[in-house]
Unconditional design. Structure first.
Length: 276
């Protein structure tokens, strides 16, 4: 009788110790996820979920139930902390755009956009221009008007002139072609500092879910902003061309760097072979 009681006490102590260890691990993981973000959140949560299943199978139902509830809470926290990234992932189309394969004079296009932005800013004409990059924007064009015309300052100024029916939405530009106008995006729900109108919130929204570059001209102040990768920055007119060109050329720079790295590796292998 005493032997059985001792075994039961040891079993209870082992379960208690195991529970403490598991709770400490989960607490540490959650702190890393929410505060320090040193461990990818989804990996930790999946690990805890797997641990819950294992504990349930070996008979530790109470601990498994506790971890299961903690996993649900963790997934809810993960969703709200990473809602912008999740929106971006869910909205990515399966196909990629071919705009980066179109042959056109990028320098000429960027100068046309620069001239257009300067003109719109001086006249305080509100404008929203989205430039497609690797993420295909066909889904967003469905609520707009198809244009399919070459980019020109005159056409862009006409579209955004307040007297036209197309002026109130965004234009989408693929390569050097204005493919659609009067396109409406889902505005960002994120809290932002400063006074921003509907165009700026729409620019925020599209930048959170695609890799496009969006230029905004304020109709109240003529101020120019660029939205990219979930951020929006005010850009002075005298530096607009260089900053816009840099953002549009990010992929080109990455490819050039990759090619340079490949050439460097080839040279190292060549010299190493000759030394041998």
């Amino acid at each position: 009788m005493a032997f059985n009681a001792a075994n039961l006490l040891m079993t209870n102590l082992e379960i208690a110790n195991l529970t403490v260890v598991i709770v400490c691990f989960v607490a540490f993981a959650v702190l890393n996820i929410i505060i320090f973000r040193k461990i990818p959140a989804i990996y930790v949560l999946l690990t805890v979920l797997l641990l819950t299943v294992i504990l349930s199978l070996v008979g530790l139902a109470t601990v498994a139930l506790f971890l299961g509830l903690l996993s649900i809470i963790g997934f809810v926290i993960f969703y709200f902390v990473n809602v912008a990234s999740i929106r971006h992932f869910l909205s990515l189309p399966m196909k990629k755009t071919k705009s980066n394969q179109l042959k056109y004079d990028k320098t000429d296009l960027y100068r046309k956009i620069d001239d257009t932005v300067h003109s719109l800013s001086r006249s305080k004409t509100g404008a929203l221009m989205t430039f497609e990059r690797s993420t295909n924007l066909d889904e967003y064009m469905k609520n707009g008007t198809i244009i399919n015309a070459p980019v020109s300052q005159e056409l862009l100024e006409t579209i955004f002139y307040e007297g036209t029916r197309l002026h109130d939405g965004a234009v989408i530009i693929r390569g050097n072609i204005i493919v659609a106008a009067s396109v409406y995006y889902t505005p960002s729900t994120r809290a932002v500092n400063g006074k921003f109108g509907s165009r700026h919130r729409a620019a925020f929204g599209i930048s959170e879910v695609t890799d496009s570059v969006t230029v905004v001209v304020s109709e109240e102040t003529g101020r120019v902003s660029i939205a990219y990768n979930g951020s929006l920055e005010v850009v002075p007119l005298d530096t607009f061309l260089s900053e816009f060109s840099d953002l549009m050329s990010i992929d080109d720079k990455k490819r050039a760097q990759e090619e340079q790295n490949k050439e460097t590796k080839k040279k190292k292998r060549f010299f190493h072979h000759n030394e041998d």
